[in-house]
Design a protein around this ligand. Structure first.
Ligand SMILES: [Zn+2]
Length: 151
């Protein structure tokens, strides 16, 4: 598997980009625009997108060392290798999302329910954070009308 690093995502040759539902800008460092392409990680991210059949909103993917420090990332964060992604749960059921991510080969999971995203990475296998609360139905439950005795 190949890892390539670019000073800026605009430098990525179009022919070398094969992940159809993602763009170099989405995967690039939010602080510097630089990009490390880990092909294995992006293949799994695309496989996850294909499996779920709906968009993945990427909050964070590759981070440069300076940006990782700026956002308080762990010293050996997998974001530094380009093998970690933080995905918004806005449009996903977290339980289904986690199961699909495990099925395509992600092994590290961080749960951030208050911030509304899940961290996934290539491993080692581990997990941290509080699980997302089980979601209630989006609408009120249907109940039979009360028998009201009107005066
Ligand atoms: Zn993360």
């Amino acid at each position: 598997m190949t890892t390539m690093t670019y000073k800026h995502w605009r430098d990525v040759p179009q022919r070398s980009w094969r992940w159809k539902d993602f763009s170099p800008a989405e995967i690039a460092c939010r602080g510097s625009g630089s990009l490390r392409i880990n092909e294995e990680a992006l293949d799994k991210l695309q496989a996850l997108r294909d499996r779920l059949g709906k968009p993945l909103i990427v909050r964070s993917a590759y981070r440069s060392p300076a940006h990782n420090r700026a956002v308080g990332g762990a010293a050996r964060s997998k974001h530094l290798d380009g093998t970690a992604f933080d995905i918004a749960m806005t449009n996903h059921d977290p339980v289904a999302f986690e199961a699909a991510a495990r099925a395509v080969g992600f092994k590290g999971f961080g749960f951030y329910p208050r911030s509304g995203f899940m961290h996934i990475d290539l491993g080692p296998a581990r997990q941290w954070g509080e699980r997302f609360p089980v979601r209630e139905a989006a609408f009120a439950m249907e109940t039979p009308p009360a028998r009201e005795a009107l005066a």
